[in-house]
Write a protein that binds this ligand. Structure first.
Ligand code: HEC
Length: 410
């Protein structure tokens, strides 16, 4: 009897010390934590408001409260974009023009296809900064030429998502006049300083294509390689007889290079020179350093390896990722056979169904914190894609929808 009373007393004490939350309370708290990317205490004021929504059966309303938490942009979206912005895909990148572009598109409820086609960028509205904080903000010397503006802005104390201001027209430095000019080939994130810096540095401008697919189609280069399609676009620098063996070219090199080299013409007028993106047409010079006949010299480097290979003479690209296997994998829609420049490439990619599927995967992994393999979860992914596209590619709603799905908790 005595021991029973002691047990009972212990139970009461422990109940007082740590109240057991009802299932919906736990779920509501998790919803807020998932979307804000931050742990919250159970007495957080917003939970009361969210609970009022869920009690009325309105889980969507509760998710909307969660995405209005500043940390939805400042932690969840920021960290996801940071990983997509550099070659090593780590969050060490810090704030930059790629990350703020992403945050802005989400905050302003824009069509997510603008991520690859938009002609704008986001900077801090300096009038919204606290008086004791100064941020270098000269468009030419702190933004176009380097990352000063964003490095100064990248402080935990600032609600960056609220301070950002959309500016229309992407900018580049024209070296002959030492002035900034409009980018004639603006393609959202693909033509940010950060993306060009990460992938058009040295090399042969194949990596910008590789990483467009990697980040926005969620496909590594080997996952969309195809040895069955034409090799007519493969550059002169690619050996057709590696180690004296043409079969090796046919079964290996060709698979990756046919798709990649077909698209790479989109970046033919782009280069990274002295740490800044350069687009030849913006330079207004007949023969700008690093370019010959208006095309980045590296597009036609090592031209003696295979003389009959493709020579790049303009910024045209062709879509060789339309073989039987890739056609269903990528789901091209609209104008996707070919075009000129990065913007038309961005349009083709962002209208594909794979782009929408990839954003579902990115949103899922950012909020649910476990992997989503698209090919293993086709039904779920398609359900989210359909909703996302009928919501006009609204990313905030996509994150809400994914966070509310029962798959997120599994
Ligand atoms: C799995 C995909 C894949 C296969 C297979 C492949 N490549 Fe590549 N290749 C790439 C990628 C991606 C790049 C761009 C790398 C970069 O710039 O970072 C590249 C770049 C190159 C370059 C340019 C290197 C430079 O920067 O100067 C050459 C030359 C090349 N590949 C030759 C070959 C040959 C020859 C084969 C077959 C033996 C081959 N590749 C097979 C993906 C592939």
């Amino acid at each position: 009897m005595n021991s029973f009373l002691i047990l009972l007393a212990c139970a009461i004490v422990s109940f007082r010390a740590a109240p057991v939350l009802a299932q919906t309370e736990v779920e509501t708290k998790k919803l807020l934590e998932r979307l804000s990317g931050t742990k919250v205490p159970f007495d957080d004021a917003r939970l009361e408001k969210m609970k009022a929504q869920t009690a009325a059966g309105n889980w969507q309303g509760a998710a909307e409260i969660a995405t209005s938490d500043p940390n939805f942009l400042n932690v969840t979206i920021k960290q996801m974009a940071q990983k997509m912005s550099t070659r090593d895909e780590s969050i060490a990148a810090g704030l930059n023009d790629f990350v703020t572009f992403f945050m802005g598109v989400v905050r302003d409820d824009m069509d997510a296809r603008k991520l690859l086609t938009g002609d704008f960028f986001y900077m801090a509205d300096v009038s919204k900064l606290p008086a004791d904080i100064t941020v270098r903000a000269d468009l030419q010397t702190d933004f176009v030429q380097n990352n000063n503006h964003y490095s100064d802005l990248d402080r935990v104390a600032l609600d960056i998502g609220a301070i950002l201001k959309k500016e229309s027209g992407q900018m580049l430095l024209q070296t002959s006049t030492n002035t900034i000019v409009y980018n004639p080939d603006p393609a959202g994130l693909l033509t940010t300083r950060t993306f060009i810096n990460a992938h058009a540095i040295a090399g042969t401008n194949r990596r910008p294509v590789e990483f467009t697919f990697r980040e926005f189609m969620c496909l590594g280069i080997d996952e969309w390689s195809d040895t069955t399609v034409s090799d007519a676009r493969i550059g002169r620098d690619i050996d057709r007889f590696p180690g004296g063996d043409h079969t090796k070219f046919q079964v290996s090199c060709k698979g990756c290079h046919t798709g990649m080299d077909g698209f790479r013409g989109a970046f033919a007028k782009w280069n990274l020179i002295d740490g800044r993106p350069v687009q030849f047409d913006a330079m207004n010079e007949a023969n700008y350093s690093g370019f010959s006949d208006g095309i980045a010299a590296k597009m036609n480097g090592n031209g003696t390896v295979f003389f009959n290979g493709f020579v790049t003479k303009d910024s045209s690209w062709v879509n060789n990722a339309r073989g039987p296997a890739n056609e269903s994998l990528l789901g091209w829609r609209g104008m996707a056979d070919g075009g000129f420049g990065v913007k038309s490439f961005g349009e083709a990619v962002s209208n594909s169904s794979r782009f929408s599927q990839c954003l579902v995967k990115r949103a899922f992994e950012a909020v649910c914190r476990h992997e989503l393999v698209i090919k293993d979860r086709k039904g779920y992914v398609q359900e989210q894609v359909t909703r996302f596209e009928s919501n006009k590619y609204n990313l905030k709603k996509l994150f809400q929808s994914v966070a509310l799905s029962k798959e997120c908790a599994q």
